[in-house]
Design a protein around this ligand. Structure first.
Ligand code: S3P
Length: 168
């Protein structure tokens, strides 16, 4: 186990917390959405529109396979749908400590700017339904569940404390 992996619903604060952890631990942060955007040369929204969700999910799985082989311990901020594939979950769990960053979906929908998330464009009820379907998957994929209901700094502190029990 080398990587520190953040999973959770889109807009729950994975990237923000990941940046704080990266600064505290001196480990590089890799955001899977940004890595795919760079490799594809377009935004996630454009990729969904041009190639469809399955294509994007295949890119995610390809990236997770490559990351699982990386020797260096990274902080991984993952796309919200990435843990939905069983292969991705297994690879993440085998290559790092997986933290489910939990933030109530109502809070996310009302407070976060989700305009660049193609799967958050169907309104509040759809978003809440999607979250309810995903939450058991996030729980099953995670070694640790951490609340992000206060500030990102508090969530990062919680993660750092939980990390003390792992030898990574
Ligand atoms: C998605 C979440 C997004 C991005 C894509 C799909 C999802 O990432 O991968 O829009 O299915 O939840 P964030 O969790 O970083 O927003």
């Amino acid at each position: 186990m080398r990587h520190i992996v953040l999973i959770g619903m889109m807009g729950c604060g994975k990237t923000t917390c990941g940046k704080l952890l990266s600064a505290r631990l001196g480990r590089p942060l890799l955001d899977t959405d940004r890595a795919i955007e760079q490799a594809e040369g377009c935004s996630i929204s454009e990729l969904f529109a041009r190639r469809g969700e399955e294509y994007f999910r295949d890119r995610e799985t390809g990236l997770v396979r490559a990351l699982a082989r990386r020797e260096e311990g990274l902080i991984l901020a993952t796309g919200g749908g990435l843990p939905l594939r069983e292969e991705n979950r297994a690879l993440l769990r085998a290559s790092g400590v997986v933290f489910f960053l939990r933030r109530p979906p109502e809070v996310i929908f009302d407070a976060a700017n989700l305009s660049d998330r193609p799967l958050a464009q169907q309104g509040r009820e759809d978003f809440l339904r999607r979250y309810r379907a995903r939450e058991p998957v996030y729980r099953a994929a995670a070694h640790e569940i951490v609340d992000n209901t206060g500030t990102p700094e508090e969530a990062a502190e919680r993660i750092l404390r939980r990390l003390e029990q792992y030898h990574i």
